[in-house]
Design a protein around this ligand. Structure first.
Ligand code: F7E
Length: 304
């Protein structure tokens, strides 16, 4: 399901679907319109529904709390309500987030850790989580929540810190810029690879019973560590290029996010295959390649 504007401008809006678009049938609808979602469900009669759509940039949610809450909460509610009416047997996945833990009650975080969101985005995800759980309990829908920690890849949007760093490094090497402006370098995240996390989402919907699962690597790194590793791969000195800019600090930051994915590992047989080092290498290599920069970076490090 995509917005109509994407169908009208596929070369710009659907670039990231290029390799699979021939095998997809795209339907125009908007998270802000219940009738449009209802019509797609009626036409498609889906067996599985993966609800990932949201205003997902935490930083922007401080600038516009109202639209973040409206779109994210109502959008999830619309999808669940339409599904219950039209295809109650459809299996449903909701993209919950580690941002729900916010001011963390314990380290590492599990499925039973209390939520304490620190942004409108986090609050909207807690509401979506509760809506999903309630549709499961009240209406018997096969609805599962993934509590996903940060998941990155070369397809990440440019405004998120990992891609901002790797694309910035490539632009420095290409001579297009001389600096990398960042906010809080001490912030820590549990960063995994999106490719692995999508496997966990799928596995949740193949279970006999719906449930909630933390999906994380269990390792945490600071933004500063990400910068140093990414710069090290291509031989740049970060101290020459990184500029701290107050514009990129947040009014409230979440604390030490580290996930314990023991439940997903035991029940879904899931585990992260790509380690932090492999993720950083892959992202740096992809951004350099897109600017025609030949960098002898190592291949992604995968564990079997
Ligand atoms: O920030 C710090 C920033 O914007 C990561 C989303 O997918 O994951 C993502 O949310 C950290 C924060 O992602 C800059 O303060 C420093 O502590 O890449 P991010 P996020 O906020 O963690 C969760 C799980 C989601 O659910 C979200 O949808 O990096 N940071 N300097 C910066 N962040 C940005 N964006 N830009 C900077 O210049």
């Amino acid at each position: 399901m995509v917005r109509r504007v994407a169908l009208e401008d596929p070369s710009r809006r659907l670039g990231r679907l290029e390799s699979v678009v021939d095998r997809l049938r795209l339907h125009a609808a908007s998270l802000e319109s219940f009738p449009s979602i209802y019509q797609v469900f009626r036409a498609v009669q889906p067996d599985e529904c993966y609800h990932l759509a949201a205003q997902s940039f935490v930083s922007y949610s401080f600038d516009d709390e109202f639209s973040t809450l409206n779109t994210n909460i109502n959008g999830t509610h619309f999808v669940l309500a339409a599904l219950k009416d039209i295809v109650p047997k459809c299996r449903f996945y909701f993209a919950g987030s580690s941002e729900m833990f916010g001011r963390v009650a314990e380290i590492p975080q599990t499925e039973t850790t209390r939520f304490h969101p620190r942004s409108a985005y986090g609050i909207s995800k807690v509401a979506g989580f509760d809506l999903t759980r309630n549709y499961r309990e009240a209406y018997g829908i096969h609805a599962s929540n993934g509590i996903l920690f940060n998941h990155e890849s070369p397809r990440r949007g440019f405004e998120f810190v990992t891609r901002k760093i790797t694309s910035g490094i490539a632009r420095i090497l290409a001579g297009q810029t001389k600096e990398l402006r960042l906010g809080n370098l001490d912030a820590k995240r549990d960063w995994g690879h999106a490719r692995d996390y999508v496997e966990a989402m799928w596995a949740m919907l193949q279970q006999d019973e719906p449930d909630d699962y933390v999906v994380a690597t269990g390792r945490s790194h600071s933004v500063s560590e990400f910068v140093r590793m990414a710069c090290g791969i291509v031989g740049l000195d970060p101290d020459k290029y990184v500029v701290r800019d107050p514009e990129f600090y947040r009014p409230a930051e979440v604390q030490l996010l580290i996930g314990n994915s023991a439940k997903a590992q035991a029940q879904l047989g899931w585990r992260p295959k790509t380690q932090f080092e492999g993720l950083v290498c892959e992202m740096v290599a992809a951004d350099c390649e897109s600017l025609g920069i030949d960098v002898p970076v190592a291949k992604p490090i995968e564990v079997e």
